[in-house]
Design a protein around this ligand. Structure first.
Ligand SMILES: [Fe+2]
Length: 235
């Protein structure tokens, strides 16, 4: 089985041993930490920057509630749901792809948020380059066009959900608006970038102004992380 491994975020995150999204074949043994297999108990990875590191996109209060309350609750709920059940033997990736009902909802929300935090960086916001930029130009016409399409699709998600940029195995890019906890892995696509448009993601700082939040989202996008995910999507 192919082993998929997203190295998350900044050097600080890497040095902390934070990894997201592992599929290991049966018998492949690794300690149950974030350097390896993700099996129960699932543990919320550390935030790859300080709580106030995303100012002015997010205040410290916004991040502390989002990471410390909402994201943490999905891990707690998931562990309670799978304890003593066959799902406890699956990786978080496997639960996102194969899970159903409350197990899927909590597994995907745990996965999606970890990915979201790593899509952002205190030093983010610069433009992508290289192969990723070439693909954005090829598939959307350019960065301006891509940002507009992604922003519009994300702002228009009805109710709670996520805006995703994903790639197929050939490297073709696609913008995928998704409701609730949905994730492109369910479609066989590799996530590259996401924005959380659940109200809890922005309500402390932006109240009901989702469009203003998504416009500001671009100021902290970690394009190095997106490029890493794109390279792995085609590997
Ligand atoms: Fe969220």
């Amino acid at each position: 089985m192919q082993r998929r491994e997203f190295v998350v975020g900044s050097l600080a995150a890497a040095s902390a041993g934070a990894y997201l999204g592992n599929n290991l074949s049966a018998g492949e043994s690794q300690p149950n930490t974030h350097t390896g297999v993700a099996k129960m108990p699932f543990e919320q990875p550390p935030l790859p920057y300080p709580m106030d590191g995303l100012k002015p996109l997010f205040s410290e209060e916004q991040v502390s509630f989002h990471y410390g309350k909402h994201h943490a609750a999905y891990y707690k709920n998931l562990n309670g749901l799978v304890e003593g059940k066959p799902e406890a033997q699956l990786s978080l990736d496997e639960l996102v792809v194969k899970g159903a009902g409350a197990v899927f909802n909590n597994a995907a929300q745990a996965w999606n948020h970890t990915f979201f935090w790593n899509c952002l960086s205190p030093n983010g916001g610069r433009e992508p380059n290289g192969e990723l930029l070439a693909a954005i130009v090829r598939d959307f016409g350019g960065m301006t066009e891509f940002r507009k399409l992604f922003t519009d699709a994300s702002v228009k998600v009805f109710g709670s959900g996520w805006g995703w940029l994903a790639s197929d195995k050939q490297g073709k890019l696609e913008i995928i608006p998704a409701g609730n906890a949905d994730n492109p892995l369910r479609l066989g696509k590799e996530p590259l970038l996401t924005v959380d448009v659940w109200e809890h993601a922005y309500y402390i700082d932006y109240r009901n102004e989702r469009a203003r939040f998504v416009e500001n989202f671009w100021t902290k996008v970690n394009w190095e992380f997106v490029a890493q995910c794109y390279a792995k999507a085609k590997a």
